[in-house]
Design a protein around this ligand. Structure first.
Ligand SMILES: NCc1[nH]cc(CCC(=O)O)c1CC(=O)O
Length: 316
């Protein structure tokens, strides 16, 4: 196969946020090491997405009103389809369960810590928060899970990059907030008052902590370059979690959480769906052979759907 080179570099498409760039650099480094290539055999191509639009992001409206799935990916996928880039690097948590015609997303880097991080200078867990404390988050899932366990808390909308959010904490706008451990670990920001949240307290978002690499169907050159990058265990876990999500996806506004873990040849999948206000939650788990992840995901989804009943999805 023809290797990428300085005169014909492999073009890596990414958003321009610090986290997205860290993920693109990790992808480049893994490719470079796998094929012993120089850095200039790769070109990082920054693509602006609707999700990056400042007027939308900074406006004081909940993110769900702006739109959710696909918000950060549409323009990048268009560049991929046009052939402007060879691969696109994504946080799998932000990816819809179905890709556009002509694209495939089946290469996953080794997953980072999937847990949420509790960011608070004064407390270590959500149970230590004072009665009625104000917590900032724009995530419907984190809001619902938090209120389910601590109905006394007050949740406020919290947006902006990590630095902005930390400033808001020190300014007293909120007492605590949450971020994904994966993002914090990948950006290697020192001095953040963070504690990983037990998954029993807050089950992560589907695919949290996983990076996926998308390509064009039929681009066999790129396909073979990605072979050594794929992490099998991550793939088995993400396949189970995304099958669970796909079966529930009709309920687009309902907070959904899920986490698959491997133990030898067994896969254990935990899942949870909640009312947005945290008043009700339905959780369950299922175990089976590692290769049966997608079937287990669908089964667990069916289980939770029947527990919840038809009236649960009031936003459908
Ligand atoms: N929705 C934004 C987003 N997409 C992926 C991550 C974190 C990294 C990851 O989960 O891989 C974040 C930020 C956050 O939740 O703190």
């Amino acid at each position: 196969m023809t290797m990428p080179s300085a005169s014909a570099p492999l073009k890596i498409g990414t958003r321009g946020s610090p986290l997205a760039l860290a993920q693109a650099f990790e992808t480049r480094e893994r490719l470079r090491a796998a094929f012993d290539l120089p850095e200039d055999a790769f070109e990082i191509v920054i693509i602006k997405t609707s999700g990056d639009d400042r007027t939308l992001i900074d406006a004081d409206v909940p993110l769900k009103v702006v739109g959710n799935k696909g918000l950060f990916t549409k323009e990048i996928e268009e560049a991929l389809l046009r052939g402007d880039i060879h691969i696109a690097v994504h946080s799998m948590k932000d990816m819809p369960t179905v890709q556009p015609e002509g694209l495939v997303l089946d290469c996953y880097l080794p997953r980072e810590d999937p847990r949420d991080a509790f960011i608070c200078p004064h407390a270590e867990t959500i149970h230590d928060l004072p009665q009625g404390a104000v917590v900032g988050t724009s995530s419907l899932r984190r809001r619902a899970q938090l209120l389910h366990r601590r109905p006394d808390l007050q949740v406020v909308e919290f947006r902006g990059n990590l630095q902005t959010r930390l400033k808001k904490l020190s300014d007293g706008v909120a007492y605590a907030t949450f971020l994904a451990c994966a993002g914090l670990n990948r950006m290697k920001i020192p001095g953040v008052p963070q504690h990983a949240v037990a998954v029993e307290d807050m089950l992560p978002a589907i695919a949290q902590g996983a990076i996926g690499i998308e390509r064009r169907i039929g681009d066999t050159m790129t396909e073979s370059l990605l072979v050594p990058l794929h992490d099998r265990d991550t793939g088995l876990r993400i396949d189970a979690e995304r099958a669970f999500l796909a079966r529930l996806d009709g309920s687009c506004e309902t907070p959904i959480a899920g986490l698959a873990e491997l133990d030898g040849d067994r896969l254990r999948l935990r899942g949870e769906i909640l009312k947005t206000d945290g008043s009700t939650a339905h959780a369950g788990e299922i175990s089976g052979a590692v290769g049966d992840g997608p079937a287990l995901g669908r089964q667990l989804a069916e289980q939770l759907l029947s527990l919840a009943g038809p009236d649960f999805f009031d936003h459908m």
